[in-house]
Design a protein around this ligand. Structure first.
Ligand code: UTP
Length: 231
């Protein structure tokens, strides 16, 4: 991969907060790895998801009220992404831009830092969409989507036993897989609203799991496990 353009990492919240507690082991490895790469002159934008925190708050609000609009649920999710983004920003405080991107209309100019942290913005989409906005606005060529889903499958592996992992897929086929409906806290390899925009912009997205060595192999053009989504 080319280190002359920034790499956008959509860091699934499930890797930060898998289920209630923070995954400090993963975060320590991630911290070490990103610093190593920064020393080699790579630049990153890291947009952080809401993880189990988002889902717990969304489920609690649904259970208590019985009936609540998606707009409110998404806002709970957005706040969870902000909390997680603050954790990532704190970990990288000496190398990251002091501001967390939370309003994507305010573009950062003359960036000096090798790392920028971003969080959720508006209801109706996930941080995958925000990663697409970053790729568009900061002329990145590639988005790496890290989450607890290591690859895209040809069918939902939770529902179909024979689902097969895919090494690559076109945006048109991927769109058929994820559909076009948004639902708060949904757990898809790349969200449908983000998919629409990424397809329109002709972006390249790599869906990979949580393995840092695998991330390194992807960055350094070696064999990796994941799915390439491209035009
Ligand atoms: P994400 O869906 O991005 O976090 O945001 P996640 O599930 O941890 O990430 P992945 O799927 O593993 O990559 C959590 C929730 O916050 C709201 C949505 O409800 C989303 O499901 N959100 C997030 C928004 O409404 N707008 C945003 O821009 C970002």
């Amino acid at each position: 991969m080319d280190k002359n353009t920034p790499i956008i990492i959509s860091l699934g919240g499930s890797l930060v907060v898998p289920n209630g507690g923070m995954d400090t082991k993963f975060l320590s490895q991630f911290n070490e790895f990103i610093r190593l790469k920064i020393a080699e002159k790579w630049r990153f934008f890291i947009v952080v998801g809401g993880g189990a925190t988002a889902r717990h708050y969304i489920d609690a609000a649904k259970n208590i009220t019985g009936d609540i609009t998606d707009w409110y649920l998404d806002y709970l999710g957005i706040h969870a992404t902000r909390l997680n983004a603050h954790l990532i920003r704190t970990i990288f405080q000496d190398v990251a831009h002091p501001r967390i991107i939370q309003n994507y209309e305010h573009k950062l100019n003359n960036l000096e830092q090798p790392l920028v942290v971003a969080a959720g913005w508006k209801p109706g989409r996930s941080t995958d969409y925000d990663a697409v906005l970053l790729a568009r606005d900061y002329t990145a060529e590639v988005i790496i989507n890290m989450s607890n889903i290591p690859q895209v499958y040809d069918k939902d592996p939770n529902k179909h036993k024979g689902a097969k992992p895919l090494d690559k897929i076109s945006w048109a086929d991927f769109e058929l897989l994820v559909g076009d409906k948004w639902s708060p806290g949904s757990n898809l390899p790349f969200d449908p609203i983000a998919t629409k925009l990424a397809k329109k912009l002709g972006l390249i997205v790599y869906v990979i799991g949580r393995d840092i060595k695998n991330l390194d192999r992807l960055l350094t053009n070696k064999d990796f496990i994941g799915t390439l989504i491209s035009p």
